[in-house]
Design a protein around this ligand. Structure first.
Ligand code: ZN
Length: 148
């Protein structure tokens, strides 16, 4: 089935959707960090792989991934139209994500990927558990000076 937009227009639209979404999810995560007194994070930290947030001391790279773009298997993301188009794009993103994760891990970093849907209010305690588990692992590696 043909797309209603030509390719250029389509990628223009998607670029806008993507950047808007990234911004709001990042701001939401900052809010969660602040509400729970989580410190030590940096945004836009200049490190290869461009994580959304970094805990430099703990070598934790945090990525906030849009469910749709990164292929999360949740109900956020099941478009009925243009399945092939989206599927290809998602597969590319997922492959890229895996490569980036592997690159960080090879350098001794921990990668924490947070899904957009995990940023919802009702998922907040699960997200905090996830963050805490990640810190716990790092504390075991580096000594216990990092608490939420
Ligand atoms: Zn999701």
């Amino acid at each position: 089935m043909a797309d209603v937009f030509d390719a250029e227009k389509r990628s223009d639209i998607m670029r806008r959707v993507k950047s808007k979404k990234n911004k709001s999810t990042e701001l939401r995560l900052i809010e969660i960090f602040k509400n729970h007194g989580i410190t030590g994070w940096r945004r836009n930290y200049p490190v290869k792989g461009h994580p959304d947030f970094v805990f430099p001391k703990k070598k934790i790279a945090v990525f906030v991934d849009g469910c749709f773009w990164h292929g999360h298997d949740c109900r956020n993301t099941r478009p009925a139209d243009h399945q092939d188009y989206w599927q290809k794009k998602r597969e590319r993103n997922m492959k890229h994500d895996q490569e980036v994760t592997a690159m960080f891990e090879a350098r001794g970093w921990t990668v924490l990927r947070i899904w957009e849907c995990e940023l919802k209010k009702k998922s907040e305690s699960a997200l905090l558990d996830k963050l805490e588990n990640c810190y716990e692992r790092e504390n075991q590696k580096y000594g216990k000076d990092f608490e939420i």
